[in-house]
Structure formats: C-alpha cells, structure tokens
Design a protein around this ligand. Structure first.
Ligand code: BGC
Ligand code: IFM
Length: 815
C-alpha cells in the first residue's frame, strides 16, 4: 500500500493520506537553523545545537504522536467548526489533503467545507528563521468569516532541562508581545542573551503566550479552548509553558484568498553586546529581518535562491538508467539525504533526540564519502575537524560536540575501527579532488592541543594504532567495539554470574580481535599505498604500506577464514565468532563485506565463496541481515548485541549500512545482477508499494529493516540519519553504474543487470564535465570493450583528468 507518489519533475514526494504509518518528515534549513517538518506539520527546530538551542518542544514518545510544537488552525467564525490544514493537531478529517516534501521545503494543503489552507515551510538561505507562508482560500460560493490561529510551543532552550527540571523552568518563562510579534525571552536575563520571536505579517486580532490559556486546563491540542471559544485570550506567560499563538481574522469573498506569513526566528546578540540590560531584549537586532521576510516578495526571492542552491548541488552527478526507481534515488533523494546526514551526523531526527550524541568520528567520516563531489570544501573542513579529535596514539575520541568542537570524554575512544575511517575518507577526498594539500594541513590532537602535525602524520598514527594493537591471531584488537557498536567482546570471565562488561579492567588485558578491522585495514592501507604514489607527503613509501596491507591480508585469510566465509571476530578466550563452530551468529555480513571489498583471498576464490555464503544464509527479500542465526538470549560474552530481540537492530536486522558493502563486492567481482538485486531490495523508492510494511519514508533510507527472526519482518526503523545513505550512493554510482574517481581520472567499470542495454551518467569532475553513455549491446553484466572520448578511442577504462572546463562526450561499450 502506498500513501503518495514521487513527483520526479518537481523533485517532491507527494503524500496524499495524512495518516502515514509513521510521521514522514523533511528537513528545512541547512546551516545554523534547522527544522524538521512532518507531513502533518509536526517536528521541531533548533539553532546549531538541538539540545542547548532548542526552539520547539518535541515529545518523542507521545500518543498521539507528533503533536505539539507547531500548529495551524482555520476556523469558521460563524459555524464554530475548525480544522488544521496540516491535519494535525486538530485531526479533523479533511475533504482534501496533500503534503509535498521538496528539497529544503514542505508544502501542506488541506481543505474542508470549501475552505482550504495551504502552508509552505522553509528557511530562507542564510537566515536564522523558518518562514510559514500560509494561504487561506474560500472555495465556496458564499463569503466566509474565517479565523486563522498559529501555534508554536516554545522549548526553554536546553531540551533536557525542558523535560526534566520543572521546579526551575515553570518559573523562568518570559515573553513579550509587541504588535504582531511574540518574543520568547526566557533566560534572556541570565548569561545567554538569545531570544526567539514568532512574527506575523497581518495585524492580529488576538494572541496567546501561555499554553494552558490557549489549550485550556483539560483540553488537548486537538480541541484547544481558544478554538472552541473562537477568541484568543491575550494571555501573557509568567513561567509555566510559554507558547506563541496569533489570531488573524480573515473575511473572504467566494474565490478569494489571503496570504499570511509567520516567521519563527532565533537571535543571539553579538559578543560585544552580550551584557544587555537584564530582561530587556535587543529587538532592534531583528526588526529589520522581520520586516524584510514578512514581505512575500522577499520570500519569493529566497525561495528561488533555495531552488537554485539545490539544482546546483545535484548537478554534479545525474543519471538516466532503465530503472526509474534508481533514477529518482540517485538524482534526487539519495544525495539529499546524504547532505542532511552530513549536516546533522546522527544528532537530530524523530528518533535521535539531539540530546545525547555529538558528531561521530566513524559516522561523519563515512558521510563524507557521498558528498565529496557536491561540496569538496566543506568535506575537507569536516575531515580536518574530525582529525582534531584524534588522539596522539592514533586512536580517536568517538564523538565531538559541535558547539565546542571538543571530544566527548564520556564516551571516550577505544572503538578500534575509528582510525581507519580517517584514512579511507581522506583517500576518497584526494581521489575526487586531486588535492593532496590536505595531507599537509597541520592538525592538533585532542589530548595534546599544543601539538600540531600534518594530516599525513595523523594517518600514519592511525595505521600504527591498528598495527600495534593485535591479538593472539595477529588480527586487530577490537577494543570496545568496531563498526558494530554492540559487539562487545572484552569480557573477562566465562562465569555468567559475574558482571564483566562493566568491570573495571586494564585496556592492556583486552584480547578480543576483529576480522572486520583486519579487512578494513587492508582496504584503507592499500588506499594509502596508492596515495603514496601520488605524493611524498606521507611518511612511508607505497611499497611499505602495501607490505603492511599484505601482512594483514595474510592474517585475515588465515585466522579470519572459516572455510566458506570470513569469520567475524575472536573473543577474549580466543573462540571464533561468526564461525560454523558457533551455535548462533555463525556468519556475519560486516566482515564479509569489508574483507570482500578489500579483495582478501580473491585470487583463490575466497571472496566469491563468501558472497555465495552471504547469498545463501543472509539474503532475505527485505535485504541482507547482519548475521544468522540471530542470538536468542542475552549473553554477556557478546555484549549489547544480544540485548536486542532476534531480528532487531544489531541482533540480526537488515542493518542497511552494511548491504552496500556486499553490493560493492559483488560489483567488483563482476556480478552485476546480484549487486543490483541487493540494491533494489533495500532501495526506499522500490519499497514504496509496501509502505504499510516498511512504514518509514519511501524517499530516504532507514537504519534498519526488521529481519526474518522478528515478528515484524520488513518494518523499517530510524529513518534519515544513517550511514546507509552514503554507502548506498557510493555502491550505486561508483560500483554498479561504475563511474568512480581515481587519482588519474574517472574510472568507468559498470556492473549492471544484463538486460540493461544502455544508461548514461552526467558527471562533473575536477572542473570538466563528462557526458558518459554506456552501451551494452551483448547483454553482459560487466566488462568494458571500448571507451571513446569525444570520438577517439582510448586504451584504458580511466577517463583522464582533462580539467579543461569543457564538456566531453564519453562512449563506453561493454562486452
Ligand atoms: C545502538 C547502536 C548505537 C549505539 C550508540 C546502541 O544501543 O544499538 O546502534 O550505535 O547505541 O548510540
Ligand atoms: O556503526 C554504528 C554507527 O556508528 C552508529 N549506528 C550503529 C552502527 C552499528 O552499530
């Protein structure tokens, strides 16, 4: 069952039924001001930090869900009937409803009894505010006496305090109303000097700022007292729960409509004006902005700017394939999700509260892989920022706090895969841009802020970190965990009555090993070897790095091989995990994907065997699950992974992040059919028809899809902020369609379904544009017979880096 459809031309997802199985959201704003808008107008907003600068309250685990925060109501003053054009919060059934999620904006339209309300939400580029452009329309044949009510439920800045410290925050709330602007100035008198405003373009007929006055003591947002009575109370909040609500009376003749603009904005005084008079907000800072953006003409202009921004962002890579679902993901939705994920890391969604997590080292480095061609400069900056939370021993803090840039000491380090992602992403950055100067950038270490070393040295330390921390099988020590946060193997006793995971222990005693990191090391250090061929900025030679990689590959091929697939790890007692010797967790996808991508043992058939085993044991119609069999009981020796019921999250769900590793490996083996088949199994657009099963948005990837061991198999969870987006984009564009940046140019090496007879890729690369057409006259899955550039055949699969600002026609004939 579907709840809408794609409008490919407009690059919008159109939702035609408000009661989607979960809130289906969109993100607005991409710099400091960020908001989430659901298909019923819910969600929340913040400035820079979703915890400390939260503007709108959101109740994460609420029933009915996704209510509060934002609201719009249209009321007929004569009949007293009212509805929300966004369906919620009034939840009055609508005669007509449509929500359009576009790139950086959402438009929702609802009609009832011949009155329509339409609202477009977006953040004008460069501004710290969200605009709601609301139009009320009289589609009946009589004049109507209507009232529009807005609603914003302010969060008192620190979102944790907001939901925990009521003895304080029921007293701190302060507001001010001047003309049509409601100022939320809570805590302004304290040290922070920031305030929010909720402005309206119309002369208002009333307002409310105290929630309980608006809602009524015993009503909900679906039947607020003010809507029941038809009149705002002009309440001023003194403590309790400040809100902003305007009442605008609108008289409309038949066929007439009226636009009203609302602005929810944030302001922070400049540093030199930090200590304003206590309690007196500096409205003069925002007056001009408010006036400017209440004017629809200014909003038109910034909306055009927003559209141009996105057109430009997407223009570097566009494709045309025989598969429309692939096209809509690759051309629009996947890069859109990549950008949102790059901006927010894993911090704020409807599932990530923004209260506890910062920017993850591992996560954010992987996010860069997909945006390098879109905004290489921002990616460069982020890579260098991340390198700052590396530790001098080559390890890294696992996360940093965006407001301060400091490593998160509560979580610390000890995730032993972390350093390798720095190597992988830096190498990918250089392949895209050719800019080796990043390696010379001086970067500090988190634990030695006084010591700056070139990024090249950071990479070297990353390599040494893994090389120096190896266990009894010469495989890398896993530390607290590798990519799989929940595989926690350093448990020090086999006695189940003792609590080992939590016991204080000396890191020196940790012995559990990771085959996954072994594969990752081979992959990353071979990249480093290639990089060393390009530049002498790295401390060691290509041969030396290759020797390290080969050494590790031998250890993996030896102790990491189970006979038909790669093992996953060894626990503290040297017992294998991910082996046919185990009862549960016999085979894991991660190590097979990573060792497969690294090509370990490819020459003697190991990679192909591993892929066959994955297909036989892990591939389901909803994607490839993490492992089989799933763990049925909590087992301290494996840690958090066994805390999940079978089929969920790290315990055997389709953890979508890992699937592209298999797609890439299959593509590298030339198995185009399989690679693409896996791509389609988890492709959100391809799952649109089973939206009632999948439940999350059909236009973005979710982190997990419940595996076959789960009672709700096929159900997705935790959509939007996931490394799944970046890796799937890499898999489809670089390995299946096969156009990938390399140091000397763009490699063209497709691995596609045999029945595809042609596809094309528009790719901008280092200043030139390549219009690539791939023909497949013999119906093969892989293999390239001929490459022509501007009519001339070249003797290679690599389109040279022409860098001449020109457009070049590239014809590739497979065979
Ligand atoms: C989740 C992981 C997550 C980790 C850190 C665990 O409970 O299962 O997916 O990465 O927490 O937040
Ligand atoms: O690899 C992690 C990621 O860093 C955060 N989400 C879960 C993944 C698997 O545990």
């Amino acid at each position: 069952m579907k709840y809408g459809h794609f409008d490919d031309e407009a690059r919008e997802y159109v939702i035609t039924e408000p009661q989607t199985p979960r809130p289906w959201i969109n993100y607005i704003g991409r710099q400091d001001y960020v908001g989430m808008i659901s298909n019923t107008g819910g969600g929340y907003s913040f400035y820079q930090d979703p915890r400390y600068r939260r503007l709108i309250r959101y109740r994460y685990n609420n029933a009915p869900r996704n209510v509060g925060g934002r609201g719009l109501y249209v009321r007929d003053a004569e009949s007293g009937e009212y509805f929300s054009p966004t369906f919620q919060p009034a939840r009055e059934p609508l005669d007509d409803y449509e929500a359009r999620h576009g790139l950086g904006y959402t438009t929702i339209r609802g009609e009832k009894d011949d009155v329509a309300g339409e609202v477009t939400y977006f953040v004008p580029p460069g501004e710290d505010l969200e605009a709601w452009r609301v139009t009320v329309e009289n589609n009946s044949d009589e004049s109507r006496n209507l009232q529009l009510f807005s609603l914003v439920e302010f969060c008192l800045w620190d979102a944790v305090d907001d939901s925990s410290n009521y003895q304080r925050n029921y007293n701190t709330g302060e507001v001010e109303v001047e003309d049509s602007v409601i100022y939320q100035k809570t805590e302004y008198r304290e040290r922070r000097n920031h305030f929010a405003y909720f402005a309206c373009s119309a002369d208002i007929d009333g307002f409310d700022t105290q929630r309980d006055a608006f809602v009524g003591q015993y009503n909900g947002f679906d039947e607020p007292a003010v809507l029941e009575d038809g009149e705002a109370t002009d309440s001023i909040a003194h403590g309790w729960s400040p809100i902003g609500s305007h009442q605008v009376d609108v008289e409309l003749e038949p066929g007439e409509s009226e636009e009203v603009v609302f602005l929810l904005g944030y302001h922070e005084n400049p540093q030199d004006d930090k200590w304003a008079e206590p309690g007196v907000i500096n409205k003069e800072y925002v007056e001009e902005t408010i006036e400017e953006y209440l004017d629809p003409a200014a909003l038109d202009e910034s909306f055009t700017e927003l559209e141009e921004f996105w057109a430009d962002q997407l223009s570097a890579l566009q494709v045309e394939t025989p598969d429309p679902e692939t096209d809509r993901m690759v051309n629009t939705w996947n890069p859109y999700q990549n950008t949102v994920t790059m901006n927010l890391a894993r911090s704020a969604s409807l599932y990530e509260t923004g209260l506890t997590r910062g920017i993850g080292f591992r996560d954010s480095l992987q996010d860069q892989l997909a945006v390098l061609h879109q905004f290489p400069d921002r990616a460069r900056k982020r890579i260098l920022n991340l390198a700052k939370i590396q530790l001098k021993d080559g390890g890294a803090y696992h996360q940093y706090t965006p407001l301060t840039g400091e490593g998160n000491a509560d979580i610390g380090g000890g995730f032993n895969d972390d350093p390798m992602w720095l190597v992988m992403s830096t190498a990918a950055y250089v392949k895209e841009t050719g800019d080796t100067s990043i390696l010379a950038e001086e970067v500090v270490y988190e634990n030695e802020p006084g010591t700056e070393e070139p990024l090249a040295e950071h990479l070297q330390r990353a390599v040494e970190y893994v090389r120096e921390r190896r266990g009894p099988h010469d495989l890398p020590l896993i530390g607290h965990a590798d990519w799989n946060d929940c595989l926690n193997l350093n448990c020090f006793s086999e006695n189940p009555d003792e609590s080992f995971q939590t016991a204080e222990h000396d890191v020196e005693e940790e012995r559990a090993e990771s085959v996954f990191i072994g594969g990752q090391f081979v992959y990353a250090v071979e990249e480093l070897a290639e990089l060393a061929d390009q530049t002498d900025l790295l401390p060691e030679s290509a041969e030396e790095y290759q020797r390290y990689a080969d050494e590790m590959a031998d250890a993996v091929a030896d102790a990491g091989w189970d006979g038909a697939w790669f093992r996953r790890a060894y626990d503290h007692f040297e017992d294998p995990i991910g082996s046919s010797e185990n009862d549960e967790g016999q085979i894991f996808v991660e190590s097979n994907g990573m060792c497969g991508m690294a090509g370990i043992g490819r020459e003697d058939g190991k990679v192909q065997d591993a892929m066959d085993s994955v297909r036989e044991r892990l591939a389901t119609e909803h994607g490839i699950v993490l492992h089989q069999p799933a763990f049925t009981e909590y087992d301290e020796r494996y840690g958090e992974i066994t805390s999940y019921p079978p089929g969920y999250k790290e315990n055997g769900s389709v953890f979508c992040h890992t699937n592209p590793w298999i797609m890439i490996t299959e593509a590298k083996l030339g198995n185009g059919e399989r690679a693409f088949d896996y791509y389609k199994r988890i492709c959100p657009a391809a799952r649109e028809d089973i939206s009632d099963v999948h439940t999350t948005e059909p236009y973005v990837y979710a982190q997990t899809i419940a595996g076959p061991d789960a009672p709700t198999t096929g159900e997705a969870k935790n959509s939007w902020l996931t490394g799944t987006a970046a890796w799937n984009y890499v898999a489809i564009t670089q390995y299946i369609l096969g156009v990938r940046p390399d140091h000397d140019g763009l490699v063209v090496d497709p691995s596609i379904p045999a029945e595809w007879d042609e596809f094309s890729v528009h790719r901008e690369f280092r200043g030139a544009t390549y219009e690539i057409t791939v023909e497949n006259p013999d119906g093969v899955e892989s293999g390239v017979d001929r490459v022509e550039i501007d009519g001339d055949t070249i003797d290679s699969q690599t389109i040279p880096d022409l860098g001449d600002g020109e457009v070049h026609d590239v014809r590739v004939v497979m065979g």
